[in-house]
Design a protein around this ligand. Structure first.
Ligand SMILES: [Zn+2]
Length: 229
């Protein structure tokens, strides 16, 4: 199998290119538009066709601008059922939700519904690897607070994510406290205090963390560019 993370240095968004070299078919998860050339070059080098462009989530200000990549690679855009795309997106997406399955080459990806970071987030499970977008709500995603629902996030983590095997490898859309990959067991230990509290306490704790995270940014320190994902 072919597996290649691709991080956009500007937005800190991490895309994941998965490919089946035998059948020469690939998918990419959350591709940053500025990395299109690299993605196309990697595909071309390995003579692989891009079948799907998968999005874990789309922010309201974002618009899911994967048009160029979908168009150039003749790939199908995949988003969650209730994601709203901007009028400018010319592609009719394939809509997925809990239990959907996507095939590429001889591989299969299972879809988990994991809302909370935005109202319609999904995660993609491939073999022992989970591509969860920003469901941990702990990375550098510049999402506004208006889209986050702490209750939904708690439910997604407890009812979907943490029911997977502890050794599942978690690959986020933005690094989690500097980590680009961690096992579920490590994340459970890292965030143990948060997950061992009630839903209401989790929501209060999350809002407090978000406001603390936002303070240095408002005072003029480094901030990720306010753009997609
Ligand atoms: Zn996000």
């Amino acid at each position: 199998m072919y597996f290649q993370p691709i991080e956009d240095p500007g937005s800190k968004l991490i895309a994941y290119l998965l490919g089946d070299p035998d059948v020469r078919e690939a998918v990419v998860i959350d591709p940053p538009p500025r990395e299109n050339e690299l993605i196309l070059a990697l595909l071309s080098e390995r003579k692989m066709r891009l079948r799907y462009v998968l999005r874990t989530h789309v922010h309201a200000h974002d618009g899911a601008d994967c048009s160029a990549l979908c168009g150039r690679a003749s790939a199908q855009l995949v988003v969650a059922h209730s994601v709203v795309l901007t009028d400018g997106c010319p592609h009719i997406p394939l809509r997925v939700g809990e239990g959907s399955q996507l095939e590429f080459g001889n591989e299969c990806i299972r879809v988990l519904s994991t809302p909370g970071h935005t109202p319609a987030c999904v995660s993609y499970l491939w073999r022992d690897r989970l591509f969860c977008g920003d469901v941990f709500d702990a990375g550098d995603c510049p999402s506004g607070d208006a889209e986050v629902d702490g209750g939904l996030l708690f439910d997604s983590l407890m009812r979907s994510i943490f029911r997977l095997p502890e050794q599942t490898l978690v690959f986020p859309a933005h690094a989690i406290d500097g980590r680009h990959v961690a096992t579920l067991a490590e994340l459970r230990q890292h965030y143990g205090r948060m997950f061992n509290q009630s839903r209401d306490d989790f929501i209060a704790d999350m809002l407090s963390r978000r406001s603390q995270r936002g303070q240095p940014r408002r005072s003029g320190q480094h901030q990720a560019p306010h753009r997609s994902y």
